[in-house]
Ligand binder design. Structure first.
Ligand code: PEP
Length: 251
C-alpha cells in the first residue's frame, strides 16, 4: 500500500517571524502523527530556518524550484546540490506558475527533474491542464505529453524516485477544486500511462492532487484510490488548516 504524503507549497509568502510561528504550529499539530508523510516547500532564503526548526521532526522540507544545471555562470539560479546542502528532501518542479509565468517548457521541466534525481532529491513533478484545455477535451493529451517529456529524459524506472502532482491549473488558488471523481480520473490515467511501460513503478508511484485542497474537501479527495495525498498552496500558510489536511491523510 502506498503511504500518503501531504506537501505544503508556501509559494512567495512568509517572513522569518511568520514562518517561525507557522512552523511551530505545524510541528505541534503533527507531533505523534506518523501514518502519512509530511513536508513543506519554502522559499529559498528560508531553507536554513526550515532545516533548523524541522530537523528531527516528522516534517521534511524542500524548495519550489531548481536549476537544470549543476553549477556555472547562471546568475540567480539555484543548483540541486545547494538544496541538498540545506537538507532538502523534496523540490517542486514544473509548477504551473513556473510553466505559465516563467515560460518553463516540458523539456526544461524534464531537465530539472533529471538534475534533482541525480542529486538525490525527490522531485515533485507538477502536471495539469488549463481550463481552456479541459473544455477542449484535451486534458489527457496535455497531461500525457507533460509526463512523457519527463519519462523520455529520465526513463520510466526513475519515476520511482519522483512524486507526481496532478494540479489542474484552473483549480490552483481559485477556490475551485476538481471533484474527487474528476481528479481520480486523471490520476488513474497517469498511473495507467506509466503502467504501459512499467507496472511495478506505476503501482508504487505517489500521485498527489493539488488545487484548492482545504480541510473541508481533503478527506474525500484523499479517499480516492489513485490519490495519494496533496500538494497544498494557500491552506499550507495556516498551521491549523495544514494540520487538518494532514490529519485527513492519516485516515
Ligand atoms: C499549489 O500552489 O500548488 C496549489 C495547489 O495552490 P492552492 O492549494 O492554493 O490551490
Amino acid at each position: 500500500m502506498r503511504r500518503k504524503l501531504v506537501v505544503g507549497n508556501w509559494k512567495m509568502y512568509g517572513r522569518l517571524a511568520s514562518n517561525k510561528s507557522l512552523l511551530e504550529g505545524v510541528i505541534a499539530g503533527l507531533s505523534g502523527m506518523n501514518a502519512a508523510a509530511y513536508a513543506v516547500c519554502v522559499p529559498y532564503p528560508y531553507l536554513h530556518q526550515a532545516q533548523e526548526m524541522l530537523r528531527g521532526t516528522s516534517v521534511a522540507w524542500g524548495a519550489q524550484n531548481l536549476s537544470q544545471f549543476a553549477e556555472g555562470a547562471y546568475t540567480a539560479e539555484v543548483a540541486a546540490g545547494m538544496l541538498t546542502d540545506f537538507g532538502c528532501r523534496y523540490v517542486i518542479v514544473g509548477h504551473s506558475e513556473r510553466r505559465g509565468l516563467f515560460a518553463e517548457s516540458n523539456e526544461t521541466v524534464a531537465a530539472k527533474v533529471d538534475a534533482a534525481i541525480k542529486s538525490g532529491l525527490t522531485p515533485i513533478v507538477c502536471l495539469g491542464e488549463t481550463l481552456a484545455e479541459r473544455e477542449a477535451g484535451i486534458t489527457e493529451q496535455v497531461v500525457g505529453a507533460q509526463l512523457d517529456a519527463v519519462v523520455s529524459v529520465v526513463g520510466v524506472a526513475a519515476l520511482a524516485k519522483t512524486v507526481i502532482a496532478y494540479e489542474p491549473v484552473w483549480a490552483i488558488g481559485t477556490g475551485k477544486t476538481a471533484s474527487p471523481a474528476q481528479a481520480q480520473a486523471v490520476h488513474a490515467f497517469i498511473r495507467q500511462r506509466v503502467a504501459q511501460q512499467d507496472g511495478q513503478v506505476a503501482q508504487g508511484l505517489c500521485i498527489l492532487y493539488g488545487g484548492s485542497v482545504k480541510p473541508n474537501n481533503a478527506a474525500e479527495l484523499f479517499s480516492m484510490s489513485d490519490i495519494d495525498g496533496g500538494l497544498i498552496g494557500g491552506a499550507s500558510l495556516a498551521a491549523n488548516d495544514f494540520v487538518a489536511i494532514c490529519r485527513a491523510a492519516q485516515n
